[in-house]
Design a binder for this molecule. Structure first.
Ligand code: RB5
Length: 142
């Protein structure tokens, strides 16, 4: 199950992401927001982060105008490694090296085509499971 969240700046892109998830028969839970009226990104970043941290969802996708505010908020939740990605190389590397459990996207930074590719890369790349990366990840929580 994939947790989805956005603020008003990410709402339109989130609809594109939903189309991609549905086309690929990927189950998701939408934690809002549900329109373009101005709202507060920490609410939605933390809702997705809590869903992933609790195990209710396996991974999360969060979107705001830049992807920055919502990723900062999500990363305040213990156990969350939210990676702001604007390219596919980073999306792949953050799964391989950081075992990132949330991808953050800036809807005003990348276009919808690239955003969906980034998300597809993120969802389809497994953690390397290498000891050096596990050790570094464990240091994040210390
Ligand atoms: C909203 O205008 C904007 O500040 C928000 O979407 C995000 O970019 C914050 O980091």
């Amino acid at each position: 199950m994939i947790a989805l969240g956005c603020d008003h700046g990410g709402f339109t892109l989130k609809q594109e992401v939903i189309s991609y998830l549905e086309a690929n028969k990927l189950e998701y839970k939408d934690y809002g927001c549900f329109g373009e009226e101005a709202c507060d990104y920490p609410v939605y970043g933390k809702a997705v982060a809590n869903a992933v941290a609790s195990g209710e969802c396996d991974k999360g996708i969060i979107i705001c105008g830049t992807g920055i505010g919502i990723s900062i908020a999500a990363n305040k939740i213990k156990g969350i490694r939210a990676a702001l990605c604007s390219d596919c190389f980073s999306a792949e590397a953050t799964r391989l090296h950081n075992d990132a459990n949330i991808v953050a996207i800036g809807a005003r930074v990348v276009g919808p085509g690239l955003a969906v590719k980034i998300i597809d890369t993120f969802l389809n790349t497994k953690f390397s499971d290498e000891d050096r990366h596990k050790q570094r990840i464990s240091q994040i929580e210390d």
